[in-house]
Design a protein around this ligand. Structure first.
Ligand code: SAM
Length: 250
């Protein structure tokens, strides 16, 4: 495993601790390999700014988190390209721009209770943790769930993750201030709306298998919601009781 994140070690005088409040224990050393990744992260952040991402907290989280540790070592050299990458089980770690745009739309405030549907590699969950959110995340593939859970724990992030069908939300911890769905849904899963706080916000890509519009739903009272539509994306399918019934890709 690359050494940018040296996990759960106390800092020494020669190893500056780059640690964001109470969120993780990402220790960054100054070796050449790590400088390479740090520089690439800075460039990625510049690119995201050029593409219109303005939320300082989102940009700071992306600049902090070693995305190359969330992909297979064979892919780590591509980790700071603005592209989705395979993570196994036919799934992907989302493109950095997509992560940034969804998180910016969520408008996360420190201390917000945030539910993520589709843990995948764990990268989006790490971004939310870095922003000071109290994070809950659900993944349907056991292999991905176990890998992400262990990696996020190794980083020192304190969050709740479970294996299950996220189209049903996670009622045990509801309501949530924010809910983000990182897979494409055929319709907005109603359970998720029900698990929002008043003034809570849900960001979910909705459409067919080829293309989904980013939909942002704000709960304005017990039974009233506002719906806004944003750009189009292409996500892997949200599969479950209130999502697609099977993977169209076979
Ligand atoms: N947030 C992830 C990341 O940072 O790597 C992106 C993962 S990928 C684009 C979407 C994930 O949603 C996949 O890992 C997939 O298995 C998961 N997924 C699809 N349907 C789901 C469901 N009903 N419940 C939970 N996870 C689901």
């Amino acid at each position: 495993m690359p050494t940018e994140a040296i996990l759960n070690l106390a800092p020494t005088a020669s190893e500056p601790l780059r640690y964001s409040q109470n969120r993780g224990d990402i220790l960054v050393d100054s070796s050449r390999a790590n400088r390479k990744f740090i520089n690439r992260r800075k460039k990625l952040v510049e690119l995201l700014e050029d593409r219109g991402i303005q939320d300082e907290q989102v940009l700071k989280a992306i600049e902090t988190i070693p995305r190359h540790l969330f992909v297979d070592t064979a892919l780590e050299d591509r980790a700071y390209e603005d592209s989705a990458l395979p993570i196994g089980k036919g799934q992907t770690i989302s493109q950095p721009y997509t992560v940034a745009a969804q998180t910016q739309l969520l408008a996360v405030r420190p201390g917000d209770k945030v539910l993520e549907i589709g843990t995948g590699s764990g990268y989006q969950a790490a971004v939310l943790c870095e922003m000071g959110a109290e994070v809950y995340s659900v993944e349907r593939h056991e292999e991905l769930y176990l890998k992400a859970r262990d990696l996020l724990r190794d980083f020192g992030y304190r969050l709740q993750i479970k294996l299950g069908d996220g189209t049903l939300g996670w009622s045990a911890y509801a309501p949530y201030d924010r809910i983000v769905v990182t897979a494409g849904a055929p319709v907005v899963p109603e359970e998720l709306i029900r698990q929002l706080t008043i003034e809570g916000r849900l960001v979910v890509p909705v459409g067919d298998h080829e293309k989904q519009k980013m939909v942002c739903i704000t709960r304005i009272s017990e039974d009233a919601y506002e719906e806004e539509h944003f750009d189009s994306y292409k996500f892997v399918p949200l599969i479950g009781e209130k999502g697609w019934k099977g993977d169209p890709r076979g």
